[in-house]
Design a protein around this ligand. Sequence first.
Ligand SMILES: Nc1ncnc2c1ncn2[C@@H]1O[C@H](COP(=O)(O)OP(=O)(O)O)[C@@H](O)[C@H]1O
Ligand code: SF4
Ligand SMILES: [Mg+2]
Length: 351
Amino acid sequence: MSGRPTILSVDNLTVRFDASPPFLRRVLTGARRRTVHAVEEVDFAVTEGSTFALVGESGCGKSTVARTIAGIQAPTAGGVSFMGVDIAAFRTRHAAMPYRRNLQMIFQDPYASLNPRWRVGRIVAEPMVTHGLAAPGPALRGKVSELLETVGLSTDDARKFPHQFSGGQRQRISIARALASNPAFIICDEPTSALDVSVQAQILNLMKRLQKELGLTYLLISHNLAVVAHMAQSLGVMYLGRLVERGDADQILTRPRHPYTRLLLDTVPDPHAPDRGRTRLQGEVPSPLSPPAGCAFHPRCPFAEERCTRELPSPVKVGGAWVACHAVQEDRLPHHLPGRSQGEIVSGGAT
Ligand SMILES: Nc1ncnc2c1ncn2[C@@H]1O[C@H](COP(=O)(O)OP(=O)(O)O)[C@@H](O)[C@H]1O
Ligand code: SF4
Ligand SMILES: [Mg+2]
């Protein structure tokens, strides 16, 4: 991917939420302030025309990163720069328009994000009207038909309501709407997690075709490594708000370094070795209200030592990846690597 320009850069991004009990209750009961450490010092860059995937278990902060990039959530510290402009610059609605036009989002549950009272034609037309790309009339209707056909639906579908479609078709409608403003970048937050495996593959293949034809860049968020292996050139593995490993997707999937990445990969069933891939990650993800000291993965890590419980590991470059782990730095991990090729992970299916 080198040589292509960077379209998005996320620098030292931190997002915390105040989850304190109300003031009066704190005064009366002596309860303390509580902070959710949703995202801590996350750094990555996405090159134009590529797919960068964020993976990790539920609650690790993926959607919060997405919402911050989309400008829905303000960062606590750090920043995001998109097409060379800092998102903090988009304070007014007017200034935000070119940003919004170029950056669209699709979500896990298209039903929740499609207005149930609107016909599909209006849903798909709305971004074009909002961004002044087409005035209502025959040209707009023509553009809607074109978009519906691009995503594998028909012109007649414009007259129907979202509830008249299946889950997969509804995701096609969201994609058509996302494409309507002719964006450069689409954030796809668990776009196929609610779909059956066969439908999942159709939607992912549609996304791949559109990427190629339109030169789109994707930030793909998924907890499913099979999806990531199918789609991404670069990836970041998140654990409790932090990126623990990031870099070239093929390298990380074939030669995972971080113990957490290794465990995640071990949970993917392996069709060639049915005994393998049955590992379940042991233990619960700790609460982001009080992340463990040192390396947050230490309570679950088979390689944890005393240093891990008190010192936060800084990322170091190993091969094509950045890895934040003391054991990797100290070169004391076993060289048995459970990685597999991207193709094997794709055919192995979901976690
Ligand atoms: N608006 C909010 N207020 C308080 N806590 C939040 C808010 N949004 C997210 N969180 C918390 O931040 C953490 C990360 O959430 P999220 O980004 O949705 O994770 P993921 O998408 O990886 O499942 C979770 O513990 C979640 O409960
Ligand atoms: S820093 Fe220590 S606890 Fe954290 S992943 Fe590495 S070995 Fe495990
Ligand atoms: Mg999420």
